[in-house]
Design a protein around this ligand. Sequence first.
Ligand SMILES: Cc1cc2nc3c(=O)[nH]c(=O)nc-3n(C[C@H](O)[C@H](O)[C@H](O)COP(=O)(O)O)c2cc1C
Length: 213
Amino acid sequence: MSDDPRAPQPGAEHLAEPLRSRWSPSVYDAAHRLGADEVETLLRAAQWAPSKGNTQPWALIVCVPGTPGHDRLVASLSRGNAGWVPRASVVFLTVAHVRDGDGPDAPEHSDLALYDVGQAAAHLTLQARAMGLHAHQFAGFDHDALADALGVPSSHQLLTGIAVGVPGDAREVDERTAARDHRDRTRRPLSEWAFAGRFGEPYETDGTPGTTP
Ligand SMILES: Cc1cc2nc3c(=O)[nH]c(=O)nc-3n(C[C@H](O)[C@H](O)[C@H](O)COP(=O)(O)O)c2cc1C
């Protein structure tokens, strides 16, 4: 059985760490800071992610609390994210290299750039968990305003933030933010999206307890 009450069920017991204990907390310890070596290790996890043709079409903007970049990020956050993102130890903004050149007619950099950036983000997220940290990705912010404020060129697309830190005291945040960490974690069943050889034909699991739905 899983040792983490928030671990996904069913099936969690068959997952390897750090997948098993990964989840996205919203109550961070605002006093916690990461060392420069830890930030670098997280960047290395993204660096060594696979990508189509090894194009590595990502850029990450590191936003540390108390710096102008972080202030700009905080100013752009949606209402739902403003209560928790600023308390994270560090935020990585993910950016995709989408066009070679400026302007909307410039050629596509890679047809799978967004896929590759997502994978780099996943690697960083799991590395964080392996280091005893947590990561919570978010897309709720004013992308245009923040891209402009941070000087993201038109050849690139600002995608998401990854807030990294350690869990904090729920009494230090508003009730709504605190409640977020107690929401049920659910997933669509495998029968809806795991197909056998042809789209729409359900892949039948072998019925081992805990592996379905
Ligand atoms: C691309 C992306 C965008 C997301 N945007 C937000 C967001 O703006 N605010 C938020 O609180 N969580 C956001 N999340 C977190 C998801 O809501 C969360 O991963 C999902 O509910 C599953 O929960 P879990 O990560 O704990 O398994 C986002 C996650 C991803 C991957």
